[in-house]
Write a protein of this length. Structure first.
Length: 217
C-alpha cells in the first residue's frame, strides 16, 4: 500500500479561464491521506488558469496560465492578444491553440495521479471539430506575443482527444494530460505547455472556438 502525505500551500492568484484537475500523492512521507487537487481554467470573460484544490484540507492552489495564443497556417500574424482561441481543420488554413502553465508551487517529489485540462467551448462552425486532440510540448520557450505558424514549436505525443461537435456549445471540455504532467514534475520541469489541434489536418472546414481568461483580458 502506498504511503501518502499532503503538503500544499494556498495561492490566491486571480482566476482566469479553463481548468485542470490534479490528484496528487507524495512518494514518501508520514502516512496521512490521499489528496485531491483540482486545476481550473475558469471563464470570467477572459484568461486561463490552473486551480489546484486540496479538498481534503479545504485548501486550494491557483495557477494563472503564463501564456496562451493560437496560430493559423494561412497567416503570418500573431494572435497573442486575441479574445478567443481557435482550432480549425482547413486545407491550407489549419489553426492550433498553444497554452502554458507554471506549476512550480507543486512540491518536489509529488506524484500526480490525475491531471485534466479544461477549456470553455463557446462556438462551432462547419459542425465543429470532431477530433480535438491535446498534444504535449517539450519546448516551453514560445512567447505569447511572438508565436506564429512559422515559429511554433513542434508537437509531441497526443495525450487525449474529444469530439467538440457533440453536446452543443457554452460548456467545459476536458482533456486528460496526466501522463505528461506527471513526467514533467518528476523531471523537475515545472513549466508545462500544450497544443490543441485537430488530429486530422486539411479537408472540409470545421472549427471550434475556446475561451480562457488570459485570452480575454
Amino acid at each position: 500500500m502506498r504511503v501518502n502525505i499532503l503538503t500544499m500551500s494556498k495561492v490566491t492568484t486571480p482566476i482566469k479561464g479553463g481548468r485542470v484537475n490534479i490528484q496528487k500523492k507524495m512518494k514518501t512521507g508520514t502516512p496521512l491521506i490521499r489528496t485531491n487537487i483540482s486545476v481550473f481554467f475558469i471563464l470570467l470573460f477572459s484568461s486561463a488558469i490552473i486551480f489546484i484544490g486540496n479538498f481534503a484540507h479545504a485548501e486550494s492552489n491557483t495557477f494563472q496560465a503564463s501564456a496562451d495564443s493560437y496560430v493559423s497556417e494561412d497567416s503570418t500574424e500573431n494572435y497573442g492578444s486575441s479574445k478567443s482561441l481557435h482550432i480549425r481543420k482547413k486545407t491550407g488554413g489549419n489553426q492550433y491553440i498553444f497554452i502554458k502553465f507554471d506549476l512550480s508551487a507543486i512540491p518536489a517529489g509529488s506524484l500526480i495521479s490525475s491531471a485534466t485540462v479544461y477549456f470553455y467551448h463557446y462556438y462551432n462552425y462547419g459542425g465543429g471539430v470532431t477530433d480535438a486532440g491535446i498534444y504535449e510540448l517539450d519546448d516551453d520557450s514560445w512567447v505569447e506575443e511572438d508565436i506564429t505558424w512559422g515559429n511554433k514549436p513542434d508537437e509531441g505525443d497526443l495525450l487525449d482527444t474529444i469530439d467538440c461537435s457533440a453536446g452543443g456549445t457554452n460548456l467545459w471540455r476536458a482533456w486528460d494530460v496526466t501522463s505528461f504532467v506527471n513526467s514533467e514534475i518528476e523531471n523537475e520541469d515545472n513549466v508545462v505547455s500544450f497544443c490543441l489541434r485537430t488530429e486530422a489536418l486539411n479537408g472540409a472546414t470545421t472549427g471550434s472556438y475556446m475561451r480562457s481568461l488570459l485570452s480575454q483580458r
